[in-house]
Design a protein around this ligand. Structure first.
Ligand code: PLP
Length: 436
């Protein structure tokens, strides 16, 4: 299958090129030229299959023309070494828990899949590939852990010194092997600027193979469709969708997760409608309201992985629906919540049901609470484990309630190893050229 740029001013490319390049030559995002639909009969038996089996069927529709079945099977099965269960919160609202992977956030699925797909495409390549990733916290850990130990690939994580939490920092500075952490004396924007400068540096790129692992890569966002299909199967199995219409609420930042859900629906998944739940970074909420899309600088909130002022995947949503505001608003409603509301939702859910939402998942829950109608079953994506935000969670719920999972505790015991660099491009370039 070919991949087209959302800008349509560069030629279509193969899957392997789309994955290795990340972004199209005209700076647009890659879209598959076609979306294959499941035979509708698949949905009458889907609940008899496991998560991995369902994911493989989804992967075959996206990637089956480009990757032989056995290779695709091992990429998919190896990626999904953990479950994404649905858990009841109220009679009509279910949580889709996406935090059971190595770094306790949904980004593990896409990062692990992309690492394995890249390794597949790089077979026979003699040059080492270097993945550069700038992070303000969570992307760095998902990418570093996703690529850990993957042969032929080195990962360099750039992060702003003193500006990520201890637990986030430990998740990408304690890994060793093929992962190096660079502690940049600057802000997240400086880190991102350094990475962009390296990609734009032709002389450097002729000497070494560089790529990016950010969330716009098709190998990161498409696999996120897997868990929507599995959620449907597991809800069916539990009888939660009998005679009900299914509504899915997605806490959104860069809109990769929601876009993957929309792709799943285009493949035939019976989702009735979606809700995009935002924090105060609400440019898409505004678009849904009045048809005007006006990116602006992000503001800080307690759901900080959604602090995005210019969501990159929004272009994919526009492209998918031919830029039709009418179509988009018939499928997606928008809600947005300020920090105070997020805090009160977290306490309310905990008091009423005993369930603990993290600040991102809480936006999804709130949107269902506020929007679900008679005859509907709702599912919100619980995008990260609440223990990733222990400080905020303890301010809201008090101490002693949030348990640190074993995997997080293990990271905390590791020894931090990082290399400090300045924020100027010359020192970054010099380091890249002279490393082992
Ligand atoms: C990245 C992230 C989001 C936002 O997801 P998008 O796909 O960028 O919309 C939401 N919650 C958490 C915990 C995240 O890490």
């Amino acid at each position: 299958m070919k991949y087209l740029s959302t800008h349509r001013s560069s030629p279509p490319v193969s899957l392997s090129e789309a994955v290795i390049r990340g972004l199209a030559a005209d700076r647009g995002l890659f879209m598959p030229e076609r979306i294959h639909r499941f035979d509708p009969s698949y949905f009458s038996t889907i609940h008899h299959f496991s998560f991995q089996e369902i994911a493989l069927e989804v992967a075959k529709l996206f990637f089956g023309e480009d990757i032989p079945l056995e290779d695709l099977r091992s990429i998919v099965f190896d990626t999904l070494s953990f479950d994404c269960p649905v858990v009841p919160v109220t009679e009509t609202i279910w949580s889709l828990e996406l935090f059971h992977g190595p770094t306790l956030a949904f980004k593990d699925v896409g990062a692990r899949f992309m690492a394995r797909m890249l390794r597949y495409f790089l077979k026979g390549e003699t040059r080492r590939l270097t993945v550069l990733v700038a992070t303000s916290g969570d992307t760095g850990s998902a990418v570093a852990n996703g690529f850990l130990g993957v042969e032929g690939i080195s990962v360099v994580v750039l992060y702003p010194k003193g500006k990520v939490s201890d637990i986030q920092e430990k998740q990408f500075t304690t890994l060793e092997q093929n992962i190096t952490a660079l502690e940049v004396d600057g802000t997240f924007d400086d880190c991102q600027r350094l990475v962009k400068a390296a990609f734009a540096d032709d002389a450097l790129n002729s000497k070494m193979a560089l790529t990016s692992a950010n969330s716009i890569n098709v190998a990161r966002f498409l696999p996120q469709a897997f868990y929507y299909f599995n959620a449907y199967a597991r809800l069916r199995e539990k009888g939660a969708l009998d005679g009900k219409a299914w509504v899915v609420a997605v806490p959104s930042g860069n809109f990769g997760n929601l876009t993957a859900g929309l792709f799943a629906r285009e493949m035939g998944l019976p989702v009735n409608r979606f809700i995009a739940a935002n924090n105060l970074n609400d440019v898409v909420f505004q678009y849904l309201k009045n048809g005007r899309y006006e990116p602006r600088p992000s503001v800080e909130t307690i759901a900080n992985a959604m602090d995005v002022g210019h969501p990159s995947n929004f272009d994919r949503i526009l492209d998918l629906y031919g830029h039709s505001w009418e179509t988009i608003t018939s499928l997606i409603r928008g809600y947005r919540y300020g920090d105070e509301e997020i805090r009160s939702v977290i306490s309310e859910v905990y008091q009423k049901t005993g369930y603990i939402c993290d600040p991102h998942g809480a936006c999804g829950y709130a949107a269902l609470r506020d929007d679900l109608r008679e005859g509907e079953t709702g599912t919100f994506l619980e995008t990260a484990h609440p223990a990733k935000f222990t400080g905020t969670m303890e301010e809201i719920l008090g101490k002693g309630i949030i348990q640190l999972p074993e995997r997080l505790a293990a990271f905390m015991k590791g020894k931090k190893q990082s290399i400090e660099i300045g924020r100027d491009y010359a020192s970054f370039r010099e380091w890249l050229e002279n490393r082992e």
